[in-house]
Design a protein around this ligand. Sequence first.
Ligand SMILES: Nc1ncnc2c1ncn2[C@@H]1O[C@H](COP(=O)(O)OP(=O)(O)OP(=O)(O)O)[C@@H](O)[C@H]1O
Ligand SMILES: [Mg+2]
Length: 339
Amino acid sequence: MLVLGIESSCDETAAAVVEDGRRALSDVVSSQVAVHARYGGVVPEVASRQHLLSIVPVVEQALQKAEVTMDHIDAVAVTHGPGLVGALMVGVNAAKAIAYARKLPLIGVHHLEAHAYAAWLAYDDPGRDPGFPLVILIASGAHTDLIVMRGHGDYQLVGRTRDDASGEAFDKAARILGLGFPGGPAIQKSAGQRRGEKPMPRAWLHDSLDFSFSGLKTHLLHEAQARGIYPPGDAPADAEAVAQLAGAFQEAVVDVLATKAVQAVERHGARGLVLGGGVSANARLREECARRSPVPVLIPAPRLCTDNGSMVGAAGYYRYMRGIAHGASLDAAPSLAIA
Ligand SMILES: Nc1ncnc2c1ncn2[C@@H]1O[C@H](COP(=O)(O)OP(=O)(O)OP(=O)(O)O)[C@@H](O)[C@H]1O
Ligand SMILES: [Mg+2]
């Protein structure tokens, strides 16, 4: 079964053709990063306009690269929330139009569920699946959630951020350190092998599986001010001092994410740990989760961690297999909850 997956919830316009939920025949992503970089973050109005320009060529390319035509497609899956409402609407309306014109089933997909399903694409041998329950750590630009997945479509949210998302924290930290946008890759690059001379505080929140990153961000701001890194002056900042702060910041975020993910695995008797979302592209997070987890860790390739269409196609396939299909009433749902 071939599913066309469409994603437009934030700043990537993406489409892919996915076979049986596990194999991407194509995966086309048109990133708007360069357009938003000059503003230091994603500007919603600009994002919607870019999606409008890109959506048709991106879908056409996805079909071409998969060497199929619309005649071969069995269903259309689209992210309908959560995300930026104007951005979501572009993908949802494109998917609706295709489904209506081709008389295909239309499946709305939750964006975080899609991030989780990137693991099904990355590990496409069903014989080696660890089995349920799984703990899913979604660490992305707008979310940091721990989810227990007891089966396809069966989710329980067991931890979430109480303030900033981890990706948002990386982005803000990079801005403080003058490292540019998006912040995660910039912090990782600046830190290199450094873990920081002075450790930064971790918000453990007692034995809760929730997260908090805003205190860490404020701590970084004070350290950057004390070293004359922030606000930026006329002379360039001392690159080694910046790298030390980047390293200490990265370690603090990674330590909290990995510790709580492993705690969730232990508390809920999970048979595997799945990482998803842009922050799971972070090399130190991947390393620490793999090192500390008592169960197999499934981490998609960095390219599949950030937004893409194939994860939507995969999640859509498993929804369809459970008999879920939406009609023309499918709408963008900017605050859609997963559980
Ligand atoms: N190597 C990295 N280390 C840390 N963070 C990273 C890395 N690569 C990307 N990120 C972060 O990932 C985030 C983008 O991830 P993603 O595209 O999944 O988020 P989003 O789609 O904007 O948000 P959401 O999925 O919550 O709606 C950014 O905040 C970026 O800084
Ligand atoms: Mg995302």
